[in-house]
Each structure stands twice: as structure tokens, then as C-alpha cells.
Design a protein around this ligand. Structure first.
Ligand code: PGA
Length: 248
């Protein structure tokens, strides 16, 4: 059985004051019926870990592929772990676009994450032009093949399907479209990794909010969500956690 995961990505949002949202979340969901993860900016990982207790896990939003060295401004997987993190998001489309990250870099970062004992959340997803061109499944299969290294298991890796055009836009694919991609992800991962491919959790991400969480969580092969904007407020993220806890 795959344990469901509600993951929040704060992106470049959050100051020390914002930790009050996490205190509220922990107070209202001390023992959620699913795994819960928040990935704040690196500056807050340590402070958020102290608040999290056993109610939620904390993660980073990116890491370098080396554990130490002369890489000004970067953060390593080992540092995330040292600050109290257990997960790291890798290959988010904003990193791929803003920092020109390639699938090969995402694969190298994933290995660095595993070496530091972090669970990698590897993001894949098509642009609107690619969807319009009918190449969605091929694009995603290619990203999976090149971004996910050999050795991926249900324990060290989570895959997030995030259509680029659905992120922060309020638009989402139809439920059959989400099911089509998630079913194809499952088939592709199982073909390559066997039972470990079946054990890997598949998150949907892109404009997930309390009002659409129930139907998305009822969709085939959706094991949770990667949530951006709606993870910033305890009330919204709390409602999404509740929806996922009830889903089966
Ligand atoms: P969104 O972001 O929920 O704000 O659309 C999702 C993501 O980028 O992970």
C-alpha cells in the first residue's frame, strides 16, 4: 500500500512570521491520516523542523549535485538533512525554466539526495504547447527516463506530475487527463522498476485547492498532491490534508 502524501511547496515565500501558519497547521492536524510535508525556503527549514514534530516532514526545494564545495549560493542535500529535512523537490518546472536545469542535472541531484538520505520528489510535466501538439505522454516518458536514475524505489523517490500550464494559473487538466498521465506513469515506472515502480507515490500538482482536492484524490493512480499557493495558508492546506486523509 502506498502511503498518501500531501506536500506543500512554499517556493520563494515565507518569513519567520509565516511560521505561525505551521503552528496552526500542527495544532489542527496533530496526527493526520496521510503523510504531510512542507518545503519552505531554505532559510526556514531549521525553524520549521523544530515546530513540525511528528505531524509533518520538512523538505528543501532544490539541492546541488555535490555535497560540499565552491558553489556560492547553492545548498546541498546534506545541508537540508542537517537542518532537519527529509525530502527535496527536484526538477520543478520553475527550476527547469529559470535555471535551465536539464534532466541529466535532475538525475545527478537525485543521486545526491539519496546519498544524504533524502527522499527525492522528481517533477515532470508538459507545457501547454506540448499538450496542444499531442505529445504530453511522450514528453513525460522522456523526462522520466532521463531524470529518474537507476536505483529509484518506492522509499527513496516520489514522482510529481505537474503540467506547466496548470501551475499557479487556477487551471487544471480534466480528471480523465490526469488519470491518463498517472496511469501511464505507473505503467512506465513498473516496466522499469518492477514492484518498486508500483510502490512509488505519484503526486498531482498544479492549482490544487480545497475545492478540487476531493475529485483529484479520487482519480486513478493519484497518491497525493504537490501544492503551491494553497499550502501557504493553514486553513487551505489543512482542508487539502483532510481531503487526502479521507480519500481511498
Ligand atoms: P500551485 O503550484 O499549487 O500554486 O499551482 C504547484 C507547484 O508548482 O508545485
Amino acid at each position: 500500500m502506498r502511503k498518501k502524501l500531501a506536500a506543500g511547496n512554499w517556493k520563494m515565500n515565507g518569513l519567520v512570521d509565516s511560521l505561525s501558519q505551521v503552528e496552526t497547521l500542527v495544532a489542527q492536524h496533530p496526527a493526520p491520516g496521510c503523510d504531510v510535508l512542507l518545503c519552505p525556503p531554505a532559510t526556514l527549514i531549521s525553524a520549521m523542523s523544530a515546530i513540525a514534530g511528528s505531524a509533518l516532514s520538512i523538505g528543501g526545494q532544490d539541492c546541488h549535485q555535490a555535497q560540499t564545495g565552491a558553489h556560492t549560493g547553492d545548498i546541498s542535500a546534506q545541508m537540508i538533512r542537517d537542518a532537519g529535512g527529509n525530502y527535496v523537490i527536484l526538477g520543478h518546472s520553475e527550476r527547469r525554466a529559470d535555471h535551465d536545469e536539464s534532466d541529466a542535472q535532475v538525475a545527478a541531484k537525485t543521486k545526491a539526495a539519496w546519498d544524504a538520505d533524502l527522499i527525492a520528489i522528481i517533477c515532470v510535466g508538459e507545457t501547454e504547447a506540448q499538450r496542444d501538439a499531442g505529445t504530453t505522454l511522450q514528453i513525460i516518458r522522456d523526462q522520466l527516463a532521463s531524470s529518474v536514475p537507476d536505483g529509484a524505489t518506492g522509499t527513496n523517490t516520489v514522482i510529481a506530475y505537474e503540467p506547466v500550464w496548470a501551475i499557479g494559473t487556477g487551471r487544471t487538466p480534466s480528471l480523465p487527463q490526469i488519470a491518463q498521465v498517472h496511469d501511464d506513469l505507473r505503467t512506465t515506472l513498473t516496466a522499469r522498476f518492477g514492484t518498486q515502480g508500483d510502490a512509488m507515490r505519484l503526486l498531482y500538482g498544479g492549482s490544487v485547492k480545497p475545492s478540487n482536492a476531493d475529485e483529484i484524490f479520487a482519480t486513478s493512480n493519484v497518491d497525493g498532491a504537490l501544492v503551491g499557493g494553497a499550502s501557504l495558508k493553514a486553513t487551505d492546506f489543512g482542508a487539502i490534508i483532510t481531503a487526502l486523509s479521507k480519500a481511498h
